[in-house]
Design a protein around this ligand. Structure first.
Ligand code: ZN
Length: 243
C-alpha cells in the first residue's frame, strides 16, 4: 500500500494541486494521510479542505486548524499568524468548519501514529532534537510516527543497540523504515528549510520505505491571492524564501 504523506498545507491550494499532480506521476497512491495544519497562513482554506475530503484523507488537527474553529485562542500565535487565523475564521464555510471540528489530534493506523506535533503533545511540540524524540517513544504504540509542525522534511530512526540518527532528505531521497521512526514529510504550503518548493513524501508499506519529493508550484499566484485578501506581507514574502 502506498500512502501520500502531506503536512502543513496551510491553505495553499496552488501548492496542494501541484503536489497531487506530481504524486500521480509516480503511479497511484492508495491513501492520503495529513499530519495537520491544513489551514492557516494562506488564501484558500476551503479549497484545500475540499481536496482532502474528495480524497477521503486521514487527517489530524494541527494548532492552526484548532485555532481556525476557535478551539485555541488566536492570541497563542504571533500577530501575523493570528491575523491569518482571524481571516480564515471569517471565510470558512459551515462545511469546512465541520470538517475541521471532526478531526482528532492523534490517529493510530496500521503501523503508523499520525500527529501534528508529537505523540505526547500532538498540538504544540516540535520534534527536532533527539532528546525530545526519545522521550516520545513511550507515548505511542505503533512502530512509526508521522509528524509535521516544524515544516522540515526529516526522518528520525531509532534502532535498538544503535545510535539514533536523523536524515534530512532532499528530492527523490528514499529512506528505509527500520526500528522505530518519526517521519516528517515537510510542508506542502509553506516550506521552511530554505527550499521554496512544496514538500511531500510517499510511504510504501510493502517495502517499508519512504520517498521524499519537492515540487515547483506557482508561488506568485498564491502570493497574489494572499495580497488580494490583505494577508500579512511577512507571510507573503516567506513563501518565496522558503523560510
Ligand atoms: Zn504549520
Amino acid at each position: 500500500m502506498k500512502a501520500l504523506l502531506l503536512s502543513d498545507i496551510h491553505s495553499n491550494v496552488v501548492a496542494l494541486e501541484a503536489v497531487m499532480a506530481h504524486a500521480s506521476i509516480f503511479g497511484t497512491f492508495d491513501e492520503v494521510w495529513v499530519a495537520g495544519d491544513t489551514v492557516g497562513y494562506g488564501p484558500n482554506p476551503n479549497e484545500c479542505i475540499d481536496i482532502l475530503r474528495e480524497q477521503s484523507a486521514i487527517v489530524v488537527a494541527g494548532n492552526h486548524d484548532l485555532a481556525a474553529i476557535g478551539n485555541i485562542d488566536a492570541h497563542e500565535f504571533n500577530s501575523y499568524a493570528a491575523t491569518a487565523i482571524e481571516w480564515t475564521r471569517e471565510v470558512l464555510t459551515p462545511a469546512s468548519s465541520k470538517y475541521l471540528a471532526g478531526m482528532s489530534t492523534t490517529v493510530a493506523y496500521q503501523d503508523f501514529t499520525i500527529v501534528h506535533g508529537s505523540p505526547r503533545d500532538p498540538v504544540w511540540e516540535y520534534l527536532m532534537e533527539f532528546e525530545a524524540v526519545e522521550a516520545n517513544l513511550e507515548h505511542f504504540d505503533t512502530a512509526h510516527c508521522v509528524v509535521g509542525h516544524s515544516h522540515l522534511p526529516l526522518v528520525f530512526t531509532l534502532v535498538e543497540g544503535q545510535e539514533p540518527r536523523v536524515s534530512l532528505p532532499t528530492n527523490a531521497d528514499e529512506i528505509q523504515l527500520e526500528g522505530r521512526t518519526f517521519v516528517n514529510p515537510g510542508s506542502v504550503g509553506q516550506p521552511r528549510d530554505g527550499n521554496n518548493m512544496a514538500s511531500y513524501a510517499i510511504v510504501d508499506t510493502e517495502t517499508d520505505s519512504v520517498m521524499f519529493h519537492r515540487v515547483k508550484y506557482d508561488i506568485h499566484e498564491t502570493q497574489r491571492r494572499m495580497k488580494e485578501h490583505d494577508l500579512p506581507q511577512v507571510l507573503i514574502d516567506r513563501l518565496e524564501m522558503g523560510r
